[in-house]
Design a protein around this ligand. Sequence first.
Ligand code: GLP
Length: 266
Amino acid sequence: MDEHNMEVIVCPDAARAVTLVAALLETRLRTQPALVLGLATGRTMERVYVELVASGVSFGDVTTFNLDEYIGLRANHPNSYRRYMEDHLFSRVDIDPANTHVPAGDAVDLAAAAADYERRITLAGGIDMQLLGIGEAGHIGFNEPLSSLASRTRDKCLTPTTRKQNAAMFGGDPMSVPSRALTMGVGTILEARELILLATGEAKASIVARAIEGPISSMVSASALQLHANCKVIVDEAAGSELGGREYYDFVFANEPAWSAYRDFG
Ligand code: GLP
């Protein structure tokens, strides 16, 4: 594990990619119980939370900050990300609810809610480890194309691609997906001390390759991860299938001593 690079690990299947991410998180939580953990939502992450809960690791001293929240949904709406987190993680571990943070997408004053979110992250001492998924539009959080690479938490208009991608959770109709979200900015995300991006499935293959190996561009906000000094990208064969540097990534994973405990996943 190199603290000055991006590292790409291609796992044979989605199950092993999920287990590797869960294992990295569990190890980190055991060695640093007061971790400030950045969390992500989406279908890919559901299985990570299942494994994390099953590991029995304590969240008693953990503080969490989620990446984003839909605007206009009540916190207890079945599709809100607050509700997702309650269902998949918070209600299943010993975390203090006061230490869980999700952007207030139901706030009347969204700019104030955004500034308050940034302030809370700073007060917590910054995010130690941030979990990330990737959208088919290349977003991290809800940083849609043209998000400034210096952006902070703010409200953002969602792309048709994203609304289509998330429509299944809203009865299949993209128009039922809220059109805006309150999201950490790319700049906010880049300040986390460590980043872990997880992507699985063929639908992510093209955007993963563009983000990791393409030029850094605000059109693909995930490409900003190339600017981070400690970023792990964990994918399955399907999501990694368009990566050009595959041979080298596999060689690094097989040879870096720090990965020795995790080789079974590669
Ligand atoms: C939503 C979230 C993103 C997440 C993405 C991935 O759009 N806002 O933070 O990365 O979902 O979704 P999935 O895992 O369902 O593909």
